[in-house]
Ligand binder design. Structure first.
Ligand SMILES: Cc1cc2nc3c(=O)[nH]c(=O)nc-3n(C[C@H](O)[C@H](O)[C@H](O)COP(=O)(O)OP(=O)(O)OC[C@H]3O[C@@H](n4cnc5c(N)ncnc54)[C@H](O)[C@@H]3O)c2cc1C
Length: 376
């Protein structure tokens, strides 16, 4: 029975009581985290960033990032589902129909991003898929390569080439029930095993002309202005949570595991202690940069966008380093899955290759600090 009152307390209680309990099975079986999602739905967490006028909690990107961070400490798959739902919700809140906004606010509607494509891969800003006028509707034809919650979401925030305008892309709100959509296979990945991210093909899927989110050709601006800021903070949050979980689990294992012949714990070995210290420094440095980025986003500082780019790059790489160190500190016990760090080690690999990838972020930051345009 969850009796917390503030949203942070509710999320914390659900994370501790429900998400933690299901995380192992989600990872082992690749099952979508339905129990976790049901609890988050009924606690109003899906409507976190929906405006109060449609029944939501009216929070912003920083609050979303904090939810994702808390969930990632227990189950990174659940965190990823929420991350993509909030990224899509940000677009729907700005450009979508009120009926869908209301259903998201009450937790009845789960959404996700369908940006990545087979043809343009991680370069999400350049969709190759088509949107063509067909009588009184628009026909969408695409090969989407990665859609988190593909078989579970109620809608997709979908990118295509523009119908008629100039520009790199146009965005659409596509109902998951639209005829001609084909969710391809089940997700079988190294980590985030329950995030349900699979390809979706669209074969002349008919959507109404008013399913357009924003203007024809205006998709790139929405990606940059609405999706990227919240996505970077949430992606960084997921990695910060993973680093924290791995560092804490490794410290607990080292403190409680004994060399009986020496009457000492593993943590009393200087090399182990030093590794644990180095992990803590790296995890806390990523957390500090992320916290600073959240504060800058909340206060609207001029450097907020740059800091968000930095936070995702730093946190993604820190999570890989920290979880790798946790595997070493915990030794064969971790390799044999006796300690819960190997799941974090696998889950932590995803953020760095999720667009914008670390390499892209470094390039973007390099552009920003030398006064060059971010894209083009
Ligand atoms: C678990 C998971 C869930 C996902 N969920 C979604 C989702 O819900 N919606 C969605 O739209 N997408 C999603 N993605 C897709 C993700 O954002 C990337 O598009 C995808 O991971 C890219 O994989 P790829 O094999 O196509 O990479 P490639 O494009 O083949 O990239 C390979 C390497 O090339 C590098 N590279 C490519 N272009 C550049 C560049 N311009 N500068 C520097 N380096 C570059 C990359 O850094 C990368 O390391 C998800 C991915 C994962 C792993």
């Amino acid at each position: 029975m969850i009796e917390a009152t503030t949203i942070d307390d509710k999320v914390d209680a659900i994370a501790t009581e429900v998400v933690r309990a299901g995380a192992g099975v989600v990872d082992e079986t690749g099952e979508y985290p339905r129990a976790a999602l049901a609890s988050l739905r009924s606690a109003g967490v899906l409507g976190l960033i929906s405006a109060t006028e449609v029944g939501g909690l009216g929070e912003g990107p920083a609050a979303a990032a904090r939810v994702v961070e808390r969930l990632a400490r227990e189950c990174a798959s659940t965190a990823m589902v929420l991350c993509m739902h909030y990224a899509a919700t940000a677009v729907i809140e700005a450009h979508g129909p009120i009926a869908v906004r209301e259903r998201i606010a009450t937790g009845e509607h789960l959404s996700t991003l369908a940006f990545s494509e087979v043809g343009s891969r991680a370069q999400f800003w350049a969709p190759l898929s088509a949107a063509e006028t067909a009588g009184d509707h628009i026909a969408l034809t695409a090969r989407k390569s990665w859609v988190t919650s593909a078989a579970e979401a109620d809608s997709y925030v979908w990118s295509s080439r523009p119908v008629a305008a100039d520009g790199l892309s146009t965005l659409w709100l596509v109902p998951a029930t639209a005829p001609g959509l084909h969710v391809r296979g089940a997700f079988d990945g190294l980590g985030l095993r329950g995030n349900g991210s699979t390809p979706i093909d669209a074969d002349a899927v008919a959507v109404a002309a008013d399913a357009m989110l924003g203007s024809d050709g205006g998709g790139f601006d929405v990606m940059l202005g609405t999706v990227l800021p919240i996505f970077l903070l949430m992606g960084a949050g997921a990695s910060v949570g993973l680093s924290d979980a791995a560092a804490a689990a490794a410290a607990a294992h080292a403190a409680s595991t004994r060399f009986e012949h020496l009457d000492q714990s593993l943590a009393e070995q200087p090399v182990t202690r030093s590794s644990l210290g180095a992990m803590r420094v790296r995890a806390d440095a990523a957390r500090a940069l992320w916290s600073g980025a959240l504060e800058e986003a909340e206060s609207g500082r001029e450097t907020a966008a740059l800091r968000a780019l930095e936070a995702k790059a730093a946190a993604s790489e820190a999570a890989i380093t920290v979880t790798d160190a946790a595997m070493r500190v915990c030794g064969g016990a971790a390799f044999r899955r006796e300690v819960a760090v190997e799941r974090h080690f696998r889950d932590a690999r995803a953020a760095a290759v999720m667009a914008p990838t670390t390499e892209m972020l470094h390039d973007l930051i390099g552009r920003a600090v030398t006064g060059q345009p971010l894209f083009g």
